[in-house]
Design a protein around this ligand. Structure first.
Ligand code: AMP
Ligand code: MN
Ligand code: MN
Ligand code: MN
Length: 285
């Protein structure tokens, strides 16, 4: 089987990405991507715009997607949903509720930043979010644009990162709810970037087994920043535990020059790849 060039994790202006869905699509075409899933945080509006583009399936296949923020044991984890039905009413009301929570959190983030002696950038952050899922990166960008902090990384380090003064805890849905809403809308639930949660591998195994027990179907095994050792561990874990594998760049912006669409280490185990059911391919082994 000849595997297509693909990217199953990226962001647009529908959440905290820099490119509009249309611009993202044309970048994907330039990068030679043949299968693309746009997975905006807690939103399917970018994916809806991509579907409306009516691109020829032979040029690029669009897979619907989203990346849901949720809690496992009180810690935030991200579950990507691939191939969801974006018209599903349960999915839509789930996303509408999170949008409300994000708006409430955004209000509190801006208050906390002001308490830290920073300018009130509520309006600017809203403008940057432009009606999409508002998140911490919009505040980081607004503070940099206002000249209050040198760069986005510094904003996270000092104010917005985990445990920092403007990191407003949000009561995200439980991981099981995220998995269920993805599966009930016909999608495949994928644990995103497992090694990016600041967990030991022992803890991570507990997360992955809870994820599988709750109906999770695949884990990302390749993405920028994953070490070769971890990549092998994740592939091994997936094949031993009946999980499929997925991969994606988590691309957010052309100015983040450490990521590009389709650029991440090759996945070795293709026989349990999530693209097989998504594209209706025949498994090779
Ligand atoms: P939120 O969805 O509001 O919780 O924001 C999470 C997003 O912030 C992630 O998806 C990343 O895009 C971004 N992010 C998280 N940590 C950092 C960091 N240290 N530096 C820059 N961006 C970050
Ligand atoms: Mn993000
Ligand atoms: Mn993520
Ligand atoms: Mn992401």
């Amino acid at each position: 089987m000849v595997f297509p060039r693909y990217d199953l994790h990226c962001h647009s202006t529908a959440s905290d990405g820099a490119l509009a869905p249309e611009a993202l699509l044309s970048r994907a075409l330039d990068c030679g991507i043949e299968v693309l899933a746009l997975t905006d945080h807690d939103s399917v509006s970018g994916t809806r715009e991509l579907l409306a583009q009516q691109v020829d399936d032979d040029t690029i296949r669009i897979i619907t997607g989203t990346e849901l923020s949720c809690l496992w044991n009180g810690r935030m984890v991200h579950i990507v949903g691939l191939g969801v039905d974006i018209t599903d009413s349960a999915l839509q009301s789930y996303l509408a509720e999170i949008d409300d929570l994000r708006q409430q959190r955004a209000r509190r983030i801006s208050e906390r930043l002001v308490k830290q002696g920073l300018p009130d950038i509520w309006q600017e952050a809203q403008k940057l979010a432009a009606g999409g899922s508002i998140g911490r990166p919009h505040f980081a960008r607004a503070l940099v644009a206002a000249g209050a902090v040198k760069n986005e990384n510094q904003v996270f380090k000092r104010y917005l990162g985990t445990g920092k003064p403007a990191d407003v805890k949000m009561q995200w849905p439980e991981m099981s709810a995220a998995i269920n809403v993805i599966r009930d809308s016909g999608g495949i639930a994928v644990l995103a970037h497992p090694t990016k949660y600041d967990m030991t591998f022992t803890k991570l195994r507990l997360l992955m087994s809870a994820f599988a027990e709750q109906g999770g179907q695949a884990i990302e095994v390749s993405y920028p920043g994953v070490s070769p050792d971890h990549r092998r561990e994740l592939e091994k874990y997936a094949s031993e535990n009946g999980l499929m594998v997925s991969a994606g760049s988590d691309f957010h912006s052309p100015s983040y020059n450490w990521t590009e669409l389709g650029r991440y280490p090759a996945v070795r185990s293709e026989s349990n790849h999530v693209l097989i059911p998504l594209l209706g391919l025949a498994a090779s082994e």
